[in-house]
Design a protein around this ligand. Structure first.
Ligand code: CO
Length: 134
């Protein structure tokens, strides 16, 4: 069902410092910061040859990553995103196997303008999993 690893998302407190770390220390190609108010984050895309890393900094009062950063003061891996060809078929298959889909279970338009769903971390080894239809 799942295909390529689309991205690994890392929550950070200081986006400028984290961008510099990836650009200058690790020598990666990084994007300009992209505020995404609808998602409560500002994102920098780190382009790797085979996938992406997304650095997420909280934006606004109700950011979905604010609590995560309270628990993880140094930042940390927030979720991983796998590609699927048909998100509704993937959802229905996962639900039939007992996996919990977060929210109302309907795909939302994600940070890349494509339909996404999130799966409960307790059902996936303590890892928040995002599925993105490509
Ligand atoms: Co993501």
């Amino acid at each position: 069902m799942i295909g390529r690893l689309n991205h690994v998302a890392i929550a950070v407190k200081d986006l400028a410092a984290s961008t510099a770390l990836y650009r200058d220390t690790l020598g990666a190609k990084v994007s300009a910061p992209l505020p995404q108010p609808a998602h409560g984050v500002t994102v920098v895309f780190v382009e790797l040859p085979n996938t992406k890393v997304e650095l997420l900094e909280p934006l606004g009062e109700a950011s979905p990553i604010a609590k995560f950063l309270e628990r993880n003061a140094d930042g940390g891996i927030h979720h991983i995103c796998y590609e699927v060809e048909d998100i509704l078929a993937a959802r229905d298959q996962l639900k039939a196997q007992g996996a919990r889909v977060l929210g109302d279970g309907e795909p939302k338009i994600g940070a890349h303008g494509k339909p996404v769903l999130f799966l409960h971390p307790k059902d996936f080894n303590g890892t928040l999993v995002e599925l993105e239809q490509v």
